[in-house]
Design a protein around this ligand. Structure first.
Ligand code: F6R
Ligand code: MG
Ligand code: MG
Length: 365
């Protein structure tokens, strides 16, 4: 059977009014370049959107994951949009493109990537999640709840096809090694790892009984790639839903709780993630609070039907209110942890300079 590949590739290549929002000209150039590739038969379909200051490209094709020509298309597109951003003096133009030379795969060069190659089911609903002002580990909590927590996903208990659970592939982003754990039998081992989201990140999830792919997430951490702070990773994830997988509503349910994530101002603070519609996917208060959007598509032989802007719904109003209240509460801590991240995780710090300046004034007690 013909397989469909779905690639979500994203980067921050500059933005309007600080790290706030992508400019419409950046989006229209991205769309124009991808539509040209579509006309030339390089891809089947594309959809372009932004979450805050990140451009997200959704591409469908027949070329599989990690395909050099797809990655080159993404790289060339982002590079041209970065050039436009520079010509407009947009802020931090070209930020996430860490090199001038492309070498076959955008992974490790700055952009975030989530890709899957699947046999389309007779009807194939997928949800693409994209976040701004946070890191890949921000997906750990919701992905765990979607695929392993029966208090979120009753299908795990009452739908025979989910009842055997899921295999979670966990990446140690510091060591570059991965381990696969089966839930429910290994749920405590899983939680022991993914409760440390800056180190252990969910990379993919498969249905245990037949290995059917359920979800993939971007795991790139810019600071680890570049060896210094560049910007937050602002991750993406793809979740297949329905008919033997979590229902769309089960996949959206964890986001009714605005859990705390790392990122926000200067990539150095803890704050609540706020589920928003595309039109509200722009960070303001204290460069945040971190946002997440969810776009629902139907795949149709590679064509992208949609999207449905899933958080554009009053059912999430209370969550948004709650995240504003939590934002108030966290902000009251000012420069104190746990609002401010621990020293090893801060993206900006003056600690070495402060310690150097004070080194002769420390008195042994
Ligand atoms: C966080 C982020 C922003 C910036 C902040 C300072 O991911 O992008 O919070 O860190 O606006 O930016 P610079 O140093 O560019 O002035
Ligand atoms: Mg930015
Ligand atoms: Mg961003």
């Amino acid at each position: 059977m013909t397989k469909t590949s779905l690639s979500v590739i994203k980067a921050d290549v500059g933005s309007l009014a600080g790290h706030h929002v992508v400019h419409p000209k950046q989006l229209s150039l991205t769309k124009e370049l991808l539509d040209k590739a579509k006309k030339e038969g390089e891809i089947i379909d594309d959809y372009v959107f932004n979450c805050g200051d990140d451009i997200n490209m959704v591409l469908t094709h027949r070329k599989g994951v990690d395909n050099p020509s797809i990655h080159e298309l993404a790289w060339e597109t982002l590079s041209k949009v970065a050039a436009l951003s520079r010509s407009m003096h947009l802020y931090a133009a070209g930020q996430d493109l860490l090199t001038d030379s492309f070498s076959g795969n955008v992974k490790g060069l700055g952009p975030g990537v989530a890709e899957m190659e699947i046999e389309e089911r007779p009807s194939e609903p997928v949800i693409i999640f994209a976040a701004d002002k946070t890191e890949p580990g921000a997906w750990n909590f919701p992905l765990y709840r979607i695929f392993a927590d029966p208090f979120c996903t009753p299908g795990l208990v009452i739908d025979q096809s989910l009842h055997e659970g899921f295999n979670f592939e966990i990446l140690d982003v510091m060591e570059g090694s991965a381990v696969t754990l089966w839930t429910p039998p290994e749920v405590y081992d899983l939680l022991a790892l993914i409760g440390t989201p800056y180190k252990y990140v969910i990379k993919s999830i498969r249905r245990h009984k037949d290995n059917l792919l359920g979800a993939v997430a971007s795991t790139q951490r810019l600071a680890l790639i570049a060896g210094k702070y560049i910007g937050k990773d602002d991750p993406v994830a793809i979740v297949r839903v329905q008919h033997g997988l979590p229902a769309a509503g089960e996949a959206l349910e964890p986001f009714a709780f605005p859990h705390l994530v790392a990122g926000w101002m200067r990539g150095s603070h803890v704050g609540p993630i706020m589920p928003v519609s595309l039109k509200n996917a722009k960070c303001t208060r204290f460069d945040g609070p971190p946002r997440v959007v969810a776009l629902g598509f139907q795949l149709c032989n590679g064509e992208l039907i949609g999207p449905a802007d899933l958080f554009d719904d009053p059912a999430y109003d209370e969550t948004r209110r709650k995240s504003s209240q939590v934002a108030d509460y966290m902000r009251r801590h000012g420069p104190f942890m746990p609002h401010r991240l621990p020293p090893e995780e801060m993206e900006y710090t003056t600690m070495p300079q402060v310690l150097e300046k004070l080194k002769d004034r420390f008195v042994k007690q």
